[in-house]
Design a protein around this ligand. Structure first.
Ligand code: KG4
Ligand code: ZN
Length: 336
């Protein structure tokens, strides 16, 4: 079965062709650079850009896959969560193509797809129950996965998503948006133990996250440094980045292992743009040698349409039908 995936939840426009939920025939992603000067995603500009490039991008994905539209069986589209305007572009395009080409479309949850990305390359019987850890620019979730499509939420953030904390910290260190990857680079030359920042605790919810305090601690440190020395030296920037990164990931790992201890967890699947961070992957492997860890390849960590097509295949097969045309864009859905 050949599925065309469409992803437009935020500032990446993406299209992909995937066979039987696993074999990626093409995976085309266009990241919108226009937002860098605003220090964050400008929603109106994001949806306008999706409108401009989605159709040519779908053509490109079909071309790279050497697949004609007559060979497509299903169209999968991320219908939420995300920015309303952006979601509407992807969903309405999927509905229109579904009508025009007379093939079903299926709506997929973007966050669930981030987790599926870690399972996509694995043998067909994945280790379950497992812990799912989503670390992205908009989402931070710990969830028990008992089967594909069956989840129990264990923890989430009460304020910023982890990627958001990386992006805001990056701005404080003079990096441009989105700055997660640059924080990782700066940290390579920094001392992660230099500043003992503390991670956020949520009263009576040991598995929930709070990153706003950590971000403020970085702000205070930057200001202190600037007041004392007039500017932030390169060495200081690296040390602050490394200490921030270490604190944020130590918190994620500690809470993930605590969450895993609450059920008969057999493996941990991680997904989302932040999960491509090599420091996180190494630290996690060191701290959790007893549990198999599955990270998606880099190109499937950040937003992409291959994970949407892959999960869409399973949704279509398990429901034996597509989604109804009444399906609406859902900016705030959860996935359990
Ligand atoms: O999954 P994603 O592409 O979009 C959302 O669904 O939100 O994640 C984007 C996030 C951004 O916050 C970006 O700064 C962060 O992933 N990111 C990283 C790294 N690469 C991207 N964060 C930490 N380390 C990285 N290497
Ligand atoms: Zn995402």
């Amino acid at each position: 079965m050949i599925v065309l995936g469409i992803e437009t939840t935020c500032d990446e426009t993406a299209a992909s062709v995937v066979e039987s939920g696993r074999r990626i025939l093409s995976n085309v992603v266009a990241s919108q650079r226009v937002h860098a000067s605003y220090g964050g995603v400008f929603p109106e500009l994001a949806s306008r850009r999706h409108i401009e490039i989605l159709i040519p991008l779908i053509d490109e994905a079909l071309k790279r896959a050497s697949v004609t539209r007559e060979e497509l069986d299903v169209i999968a589209v991320a219908y939420g969560p995300g920015l309303m305007g952006s979601l509407l572009v992807g969903l309405n395009t999927a509905k229109s193509l579904s009508l025009a080409w007379n093939i079903p479309f299926v709506g997929v949850n973007h966050v669930e797809a981030h987790l599926y990305a870690a399972m996509m390359g694995q043998p067909s019987s994945v280790l379950l129950p497992a812990l799912g850890v989503v670390l992205s620019g908009g989402h931070t979730f710990l969830t028990e996965i008992s089967a594909l499509g069956s989840y129990r939420l264990l923890g989430t953030t009460v304020d910023d998503a982890i990627g958001e904390a990386f992006d805001k910290t990056a701005v404080l260190l003079g990096l441009s948006y989105p700055g997660g990857a640059d924080i990782e680079k700066l940290s390579l030359s920094g001392n992660p133990q230099k500043y003992p920042f503390s991670s956020g605790k949520v009263k009576r919810s040991p598995l929930d996250f709070s990153f706003s305090g950590l971000k403020t601690a970085v702000l205070y440190q930057v200001n202190r440094q600037k007041k004392e020395f007039g500017s932030l030296s390169e060495e200081e920037r690296c040390d602050i980045a490394a200490s921030f990164q270490h604190t944020a990931f130590w918190d994620v790992i500690r809470k993930s292992l605590l969450a895993a201890s609450t059920f008969a967890c057999k493996a941990i699947f991680l997904g989302g743009g932040v999960a491509q961070n090599q420091y996180l992957q190494n630290l996690f492997a060191k701290e959790a040698p007893h549990l198999p860890l599955f990270f998606p390849p880099k190109e499937l960590c950040s937003d992409n349409a291959a994970m949407i097509a892959g999960l869409g295949y399973h949704k279509f097969v398990s429901h034996r039908s597509g989604s109804p045309f009444s399906l609406e864009a859902a900016p705030r859905i959860s996935f359990h």
